[in-house]
Ligand binder design. Structure first.
Ligand code: NAI
Length: 440
């Protein structure tokens, strides 16, 4: 099939590449000429395990191309995926300007039937807006052309995006006609594997499903974070409690890890957008309100522990930070808890020496040459002469470090662990002061 993907970011590039991998002819469009130039030059603009090789393979095979030419992109695909960003606007609702612009471009340039698929995370009712914008452009051109709009929210996780797209748990499709459903069925047939993964439904339910999934996951995290804070005060150990409740199959072990708050490009904005929608429709979701409040507080938990230990004036202190990306295996810094920590430390006069296996260039792009930030290219280098270490992202490489070398490098053997990577008793035995989340 001929496919166009509009928006070549994390979702667009992964989706386009994986759809090419199974034999489709894919053209990816972006308005960011720099991004397209990198891709056309054989590079990739993001860090995502397994993606670079797959992009190269499909480009070489002639199944995957990149362009900034809107008209050519619209002409190409019978299916037009919209995978542009939907950032929060000032009031927290999803800003649909990029989605609507993409829809207008399709209306301006299409010359035959198109199935337009919203892959971006969009509020309920967006398919109607896409349909209206596209129809308006067709009327402006005074042409009569058929098209359908479908919803196909994306559930891939950054850091495992290729695997998630190639081997999905489920593929959610919202349509309002059988022809569109059949096209999506055909497109996704190679991804079904041993059982039916496609779940078809009406468009509004599909749109809501994505927010429901992210809000539910964010709720689990915030619940565990608050429980961890309580456990700490009560003299209990949240890791024991986590095992105790995770063993109940109704609860399960996934997504039960307490930490220093969730970040990323999805949970924070999707929780905000769902709150907005719920308020607008007069069905407030108090649980979701609380999730957001809890997470904002949790992003400060490491800073609060540091202040409790050192006081509010941190002049002359240096803190080593391990992990900057919002989670392991990505270079994505959007809404990362590390930013709240570093900015809080800088405000109080401290310096930061940080290491992240993938996000250094993103950090430089955001903070430039910040005078209180030193980025180093290995974990041990960050520790040299630092007053303490704060662990913010649970990259695998931090799990089994050389503790005696760490002790020798740090000015004080003090670790604030925002991801509960180590055993508190062993850390004490090794001579560390070890402050984790929800543990003694
Ligand atoms: P992104 O910011 O990485 O990529 C969006 C791209 O769209 C940018 O490269 C931008 O230049 C381009 N763009 C904007 N307007 C355009 C237009 N009119 N025509 C062509 N290109 C245009 O965003 P990301 O992370 O890929 O997210 C996209 C959508 O997918 C969002 O709605 C997000 O919530 C959703 N999503 C993201 C996931 C993730 O893990 N990043 C997972 C699941 C869904």
């Amino acid at each position: 099939m001929k496919i166009t993907v509009i928006g070549t970011g994390y979702v667009g590039l992964v989706s386009g590449t994986c759809l090419a991998e199974v034999g489709n002819d894919v053209l990816c469009l972006d308005v960011d000429a720099k991004k397209i130039a990198i891709l056309q030059g054989g590079g990739i603009p993001i860090y995502e395990p397994g993606l670079e090789d797959m992009v190269k393979r499909n480009v070489t095979a002639g199944r995957l191309r990149f362009t900034t030419d809107i008209e050519a992109a619209v002409q190409h695909g019978a299916i037009q995926f919209i995978a542009v960003g939907t950032p929060p606007d000032e009031d927290g609702s999803a800003d649909l300007q990029y989605v609507v612009a993409a829809a207008r471009n399709i209306g301006k340039h299409m010359t035959d039937y198109k199935l337009v698929v919203d892959k971006s995370t969009v509020p309920v009712g967006t398919a109607d807006k896409v349909r209206a914008a596209l129809q308006e452009e067709l009327e402006r051109r005074a042409v009569k052309l058929e098209f359908s709009v479908a919803s196909n929210p994306e559930f891939l996780k950054e850091g495992a995006a290729v695997e998630d797209f190639m081997r999905p748990d489920r593929i959610v499709i919202g349509t309002d006609n059988e022809h569109a459903t059949q096209m999506m069925r055909t497109l996704y047939a190679p991804f079904q594997r041993n059982r039916e993964r496609l779940i078809t439904m009406d468009i509004r339910s599909a749109e809501l499903t994505k927010y429901a999934a992210n809000a539910m996951l964010a709720t689990r995290i915030s619940f565990m974070n608050e429980l961890a804070n309580l456990a700490e005060k009560l003299g209990a150990d949240i890791e024991n409690v986590r095992h105790g409740i995770g063993s109940d199959p109704r609860i399960g072990y996934h997504f039960l890890y307490p930490g220093c708050g969730y970040g990323g490009s999805c949970f924070p904005k999707d929780v905000q957008a769902l709150r907005r929608t719920a308020g607008e429709y007069g069905a407030p979701m108090h649980v979701i309100d609380a999730v957001e409040v809890a997470n904002d507080a949790q992003k400060h938990v490491l800073l609060d522990k540091i202040i409790a230990r050192f006081g509010n004036d941190l002049q002359g202190k240096t803190f080593a930070v391990w992990g900057l990306a919002f989670k392991p295996n990505t270079d994505d810094m959007r809404e990362a808890p590390s930013r709240v920590l570093m900015e809080g430390l800088w405000e109080r006069g401290a310096k930061v020496a940080a290491h992240d296996p993938a996000a250094a260039h993103e950090t430089r792009r955001i903070y430039g040459d910040h005078p209180q930030l030193q980025l180093v290219d290995n974990p041990m280098a960050a520790l040299q002469g630092a007053d303490a270490l704060a662990i913010v992202t649970e990259w695998k490489v931090f799990r089994s470090p050389d503790f005696s070398a760490m002790k020798a490098a740090l000015k004080t053997p003090l670790i604030f662990d925002g991801r509960n990577l180590y055993d508190p008793a062993s850390m004490r035995a090794a001579g560390f002061e070890y402050l984790a989340i929800g543990r003694q």
